[in-house]
Design a protein around this ligand. Structure first.
Ligand SMILES: [Zn+2]
Length: 166
């Protein structure tokens, strides 16, 4: 993995945003995060590439979390505020969605790393690797199985399958 700011080998990444090598590059990347949020919220939540590598997968999950928070009705927000306020944070919600999706994908696609420091859990690549690229249909089916479905995400099913997909 290369640093998205300077191109040096990167050791860590921010969920959905990219990889970095140093604290300076991390700050630079965090600045880009705001622009990214605006862009991802303007895309349909279910849209994704034909195949997802680690980076595309992380970005897709981040986008889902952003849309979830945006679409959440006020009552849902109120319930979460009382029961589990951390889920109102996009990074925490993204980690939860990601864990659920990775669990359903299973060992055919996911290799878990053994020890992960708590503070690294928002960083991508800190606790798992993908054994192979994820086909779009597989990810979409996983969301359905995990009942991770957005109101606006239903459009996803009606889209014609891509001819490039195997
Ligand atoms: Zn760097």
């Amino acid at each position: 993995m290369k640093c998205d700011v300077c191109g040096n080998p990167a050791t860590k990444g921010i969920v959905g945003v990219g990889a970095f090598c140093s604290s300076q590059c991390e700050e630079e990347l965090a600045r880009k995060q705001n622009d990214l949020r605006v862009r991802l919220l303007s895309e349909p939540p279910g849209s994704m590439p034909d195949e997802l590598g680690l980076k595309e997968f992380e970005m897709f999950i981040y986008k889902l979390a952003l849309h979830f928070l945006k679409e959440m009705p006020e009552e849902g927000r109120e319930t979460l505020r009382k029961k589990n306020p951390s889920l109102l944070r996009v990074d925490e919600l993204a980690v939860q969605i990601k864990n659920k999706v990775l669990g359903i994908l299973g060992r055919r696609y996911v290799a878990w790393k053994k020890s992960v420091r708590m503070q690294d859990r928002y960083l991508y690549g800190s606790f798992y690797k993908l054994r192979q690229k994820l086909p779009r249909a597989k990810v979409a089916a996983t969301l359905v199985e995990g009942m991770i479905v957005l109101k606006s995400g239903r459009r996803m099913k009606r889209r014609r399958p891509s001819s490039r997909r195997r």
